[in-house]
Design a protein around this ligand. Sequence first.
Ligand SMILES: Cc1ncc(COP(=O)(O)O)c(C=O)c1O
Length: 388
Amino acid sequence: MPGYELMGSEELLEVQDVFNHGGVLFRHGFDAMRNDCYKVREFEQTFAAQMGVPHALAVSSGTAALRVALAALGISRGDEVITQCFTFVATAEAIIESGATPICTDIDLTLNMAPADLERRITPRTKAVIIVHMLGTPARLPEIREICRQRGLSLIEDTAWGCGGHLQGQSLGSWGDIGTFSFDFAKTMTTGEGGMLIFRDEQLWSKAAAWHDHGHENNPSVPRWEDTRSSSGFNYRMMELQGAIGLAQLKKLPEVVAAQRANKMDLWQAIFDLPGIQPRVVPEGSAETADALVFLVRDMATALRCREELLKAGLATKILPEAVTWHFAGTWHHMAELVQAHEGQLEKAFMASHAILSRAVSLPVGVRLTPNATKKVRHALGIALSTN
Ligand SMILES: Cc1ncc(COP(=O)(O)O)c(C=O)c1O
């Protein structure tokens, strides 16, 4: 959770800086008015450096980042893109919006994509895979990246939940061909609304940069109205105020993640010995963002009882078990393309995943956690789990 807990004077100073330099809110041009103040550009460069990659592109949301990534990879009608059944609707929406068919895989006990199920769902039409580091825990990247390499598929990492996390010392988002991030208000760092893509490949970056800006190539030798273009595109640009806030939040990211990791550990120490708690499986070498503490209990009734007791104590759960409807493809009957791709039988398509998710409990972890709150969590879960 979150950057919003630490929103303060640093963000305000960055925003004021935009106005002190002439108040230009558009990321491009107006050079004579802006006194060399380019916040979005600076945010991209700093973000790329912090993630250990050469290129980054800021956009208007995490959903936009996914859509731009698919466009840069040339995904379109007739293609299939595989993602996991436990994610936010945005992942599937971006695939549908690109014209491609969304296919979902089961998850395993990491609560992320099951590599064996990915292999099973690849067809000659499959062009790309979008894995998701759901709730801040790294997906099985080495196995999935190898499958993509062997089968000639592009890999996108939906890193909406993984900003500031690592696997085997490498930033999440930097393992695939493109990593996408969300900076909406609930994320580890926030610009209110906003997103980012990161790339190693310069050509992919320049395709994405043009596509997110109506095809503009931002050719420095001509004014914007005479700019060169090689493709059509859309408008998913980030504005300067978001870039300014992003710069301040990015500086705080290591502090946010470190505090969350420490708090998650404290919470776990307080509850791990309660009856029937089974920790989420975490791939070796993971350094999670620790946005949430996820564990499994005996069955769905027990998971719901955990939520009920936490609510009674004035606490909360985060996404699991309550939001299985909104974060689980097995219930997305409103997405005709997805229903059709799974033979009209969504409820039967991911039964193994549903069995896992329905007995999972996720506790929110923030930057500020008092010892009293930790005690209250133990007490509430103690009641819920002793009723077994
Ligand atoms: C996994 C995942 N992908 C993408 C998004 C979309 O991000 P945004 O809200 O910035 O559009 C979200 C948002 O919660 C998400 O959880």
